[in-house]
Design a protein around this ligand. Structure first.
Ligand code: 5AD
Ligand code: SF4
Length: 500
């Protein structure tokens, strides 16, 4: 029987990849995906627990569906990902209409769990399904990972050229061993497990064969990758980068996120410098600029050590583009300590920073050890101040780009253009600017505004044919705004395919 699936994803790139793999598995079992929740036989939320805000969105989605089963008794509602792992069966108490919980480390079992819930007549024919890592023995050895069922989930991905995607994620490590005091990830995703290099290399190569132009390797602390083959051989992260670069010589862009600032070996920086198709971009969260706060966060480095790492990266690649994360309002943070974050942003000249207000997370060390004593309005103020400093740095960085020619991966029509095409226009400054520009141009020549990213992950907006979406093009940067670069198409660059 043909069944319909609605899958909504919250959170990080790791979740996006998990969702893609879940979709592949369920499609292979005959499921069709839909964007309309009301049409679906199975509704899944792939959830994030990193901050409270992300969880609230899912609570409200689940709340909205409280009575849906009265009219559709066969409907299956599932919570998968980090919230399932963190909240466990408490979710059933709050939302009795949920049928299934599956943690991020158990997704290989998801299709079977849904099968178990399959309808007989018009009713669900099974009890609720639960697969959580919980206190079960942790997947600790890298060797065991080769036989791990989750590895099969990664291996099950589709390489069909008809999928037509130019960008893809490939996981190289799962989980995290860092236990930063504020963070739920080590509890929801479990310990760090490293995938066998041959599986990773094969996956990247096959994606490139299928026409993918940009592969992003994923790991929570990706530079910690180190695979012990069990026969005396070790593959380090740097070696892995060299090997992928060589094996997928027809892949124009290889990038990776997220790096941990400590233990970043020179070999990985050398690989980035030596291999022209590896993007010179690092997302390497600092989290804070005060040694006392970094210690309370259990980050394992001082601000000075962080700055030294950035100096080392720039020494290898003066043109490297850097991005960071910061948490403001961590318990006991003084205003003076907060100011140090501004200094780090200025000194490192980040391309961008993701700035978060500290959010209490049940189960973490911080919640038991520290009182959340920075008032919400102070967190908000510090958040805004830090965004302002980052905006000044972005503005300066972007001005320096004017006049340069850059390679851009076209990702879609820019928001501006889609809103203009939709004919909305709510009178804010950005849209007025766009409308004015349209009127001054030849009305017979409709222009589309495309947006894409440079190798350094900077956003570039330019006019062009929507058929360029999913391709690499050259753009001359003509103008800059605080967060965006504007340019003119130089010449189309055909997608690089196998053998070219
Ligand atoms: N509160 C606020 N931000 C958090 N992050 C992780 N946990 C928390 C929390 N409890 C941020 C960190 C991390 C990013 C993914 O989310 O900056 O790098
Ligand atoms: Fe969380 Fe720290 Fe691990 Fe990043 S390194 S996932 S912040 S515990």
């Amino acid at each position: 029987m043909r069944r319909t699936l609605y899958l909504e994803t919250f959170g990080c790139q790791m979740n996006e990849l998990d969702s893609e793999l879940v979709l592949t598995q369920l499609r292979a079992r005959g499921y069709e995906s839909t964007d309309d929740r009301q049409q679906a036989d199975v509704i899944l939320y792939n959830t994030c627990s990193v901050r409270e805000h992300a969880e609230q969105k899912v609570w409200s989605r689940l709340g909205e569906m409280r009575n849906w089963k009265q009219t559709k008794p066969h409907l299956v509602i599932g919570v998968i990902g980090c919230m399932a792992e963190r909240d466990g069966t408490n979710i059933f108490q709050r939302f009795p209409h949920v049928d299934l919980l599956c943690g991020p480390g158990e997704l290989d079992k998801l299709a079977m769990m849904i099968d178990n819930l399959t309808t007989v007549g018009n009713q669900l024919h099974s009890e609720r399904q639960v697969a959580l890592m919980g206190s079960r023995s942790r997947r600790s050895s890298t060797l065991a990972a080769a036989h791990d069922n989750l590895e099969l989930l990664d291996l099950s991905r589709s390489f069909s050229p008809t999928d037509n995607a130019a960008q893809a994620y490939v996981r190289i490590t799962r989980g995290c061993n860092k236990f930063c005091t504020y963070c739920v990830v080590p509890y929801t995703r479990g310990p760090e497990v490293h995938r066998p290099p041959e599986n990773i290399i094969e996956e990247v190569r096959r994606l490139a064969d299928a026409g993918v132009l940009e592969v992003t390797l994923l790991g929570q602390t990706i530079n910690h990758y180190r695979y012990d083959h069990g026969d005396g051989r070790i593959t380090t992260f740097g070696q892995l980068l060299y090997q992928i670069h060589e094996a997928a010589s027809h892949l124009p862009r290889l990038r990776f996120v997220t790096s941990f600032p400590r233990d970043f070996e020179d070999e990985a920086l050398q690989a980035m410098r030596d291999c022209p198709r590896i993007c010179r971009y690092l997302h390497v969260p600092a989290q804070h600029g005060s040694d006392r706060i970094l210690k309370l966060m259990n980050r394992g480095y001082t601000a000075e050590q962080y700055l030294q790492f950035i100096g080392r990266a720039r020494a290898y690649m003066p043109d490297i583009s850097l991005a960071s994360d910061f948490i403001v309002g961590f318990p006991t943070e003084t205003d003076q300590e907060f100011q140090t974050c501004k200094e780090v942003i200025r000194q490192c000249r980040f391309k961008n920073s993701f700035i978060f207000k500290y959010s209490l997370r049940p189960g973490t060390t911080a919640i038991t050890r520290f009182e959340d004593d920075v008032p919400p309005e102070v967190k908000k103020q510090r958040n805004n101040e830090l965004l302002d400093v980052q905006a000044q740095v972005c503005d300066q960085n972007n001005r320096e780009m004017v006049g340069r020619q850059v390679e851009v991966m076209v990702e879609g029509q820019s928001k501006l253009a889609s809103r203009w095409v939709a004919g909305s226009g709510n009178g804010n400054q950005v849209e007025l600017g766009w409308e004015k520009r349209q009127k001054s141009q030849d009305a017979d020549q409709p222009k589309f505004q495309l947006s894409g990213r440079t190798r350094g992950d900077q956003i570039v907006v330019f006019d062009g044919d929507p058929a360029l979406v999913g391709q690499l093009v050259e753009v001359d940067i003509t103008r800059s705004k605080t967060l965006t670069l504007f340019g003119r198409l130089t010449r189309d660059r055909r997608p690089v395919t196998a053998g070219v």
